[in-house]
Design a protein. Structure first.
Length: 321
């Protein structure tokens, strides 16, 4: 994080969760009837494995962090109010929810002793808002005053991007989702998934490459390999340094590739595509091979029907031939 706080995934933090919350646990899993509101829209759930990438996105758009326990029914109304408020802002801010029972090292990094706690996150810097369960009037103040202030502060800092939309949280779930089951991991992907969950993205990329050697048509392996390569290269990059280098060295292909990585991690897919395509169009045809390779890697990440992908493919083809 930009304020030099240490983040150590996997650190045990006994006692970080308010034991009082155990009295209020419900049997329903998050997203089930009677349970916590689901993620979706501009609301995401973040874990220790995805925390650093989420922090990096706050250099592109502001983030509201909710540290909670999603089986504590006392927190459902707060989570719903924050989710509804964020989703009404059409990507001006993202709500990232973190289960501190499952991710204690994040609570430790933010010096949170109990749930709930709420922070703004702009440019990698946390802005404390509340710690403890707020009353109705405080929630109203957060929604009507504090969230707009975070967005305004972000804009003044040059953080003006739009958060990615991840689907309608009110949409009907599939039968598997309704039953609370996770999609089954293909056996041949198991080692790659294990490495990714441990944060070894370089190792995961190698494991997915081995899967693809056996089955080049495995689109899921191709997508996950590209994501793993992206995070292995740039998951811990200093975003300000990368963006400054790209601005200072507009002709340097490595600087432009690095900042395109940052755009992809931040969910700014079209920005990443157009940045590299504009670089070639500006007269850097001698560098078309490394740019083409990076774009082909990126192209595996979005859905095949994504219009941004179709446009970028057409433009790359026209620049190459």
């Amino acid at each position: 994080m930009a304020d030099k706080q240490q983040f150590n995934p996997g650190v045990s933090l006994a006692g970080a969760v308010d034991l009082e919350s155990l009295k209020h646990q419900v049997k329903a899993e998050p997203g089930q009837a009677g349970g916590a509101p689901r993620a979706g829209g501009y609301v995401i759930d973040t874990s220790e494995n995805t925390f650093q990438a989420m922090v990096q996105t706050s250099t592109t758009f502001p983030v509201l962090l909710l540290l909670w326990v999603p089986t504590d029914e006392r927190l459902f109304a707060l989570a719903k109010s924050l989710g509804d408020a964020v989703n009404a802002l059409d990507g001006k801010i993202q709500l990232s929810r973190i289960d501190i029972k499952e991710n204690p090292s994040i609570a430790q990094a933010l010096q949170v002793q109990s749930a709930p706690a709420l922070f703004g996150l702009v440019g990698g810097r946390p802005i404390p808002i509340i710690q403890g369960l707020p009353g109705d009037q405080e929630v109203k103040q957060i929604v009507e005053q504090v969230i707009p202030q975070i967005i305004e502060a972000a804009q003044k800092s040059g953080v003006t991007g739009t958060a990615p939309y991840s689907g309608d949280p009110k949409a009907e779930r599939s039968e598997d989702d309704a039953a609370g089951t996770e999609p089954e991991v293909p056996p041949e992907h198991a080692e790659a998934v294990r490495l990714a969950e441990q944060g070894d993205y370089a190792g995961a990329a190698v494991a997915y490459e081995q899967v693809l050697e056996q089955d080049p048509s495995d689109a899921l392996a191709a997508r996950e390999r590209s994501k793993a390569l992206l995070l292995a290269r740039s998951g811990k990059a200093d975003v300000r340094v990368v963006r400054a280098a790209a601005a200072d060295k507009p002709d340097d292909v490595e600087a432009q590739l690095a900042v395109a990585d940052i755009d992809m991690i931040g969910g700014q897919i079209n920005d990443a595509f157009e940045r590299l395509l504009d670089y070639i169009a500006a007269g850097h045809r001698a560098q078309i091979d490394p740019v083409r390779r990076r774009l082909l890697e990126y192209f595996a990440i979005p859905e095949a029907t994504d219009e941004r992908l179709r446009h970028a493919r057409r433009r790359l083809a026209s620049l190459m031939y």
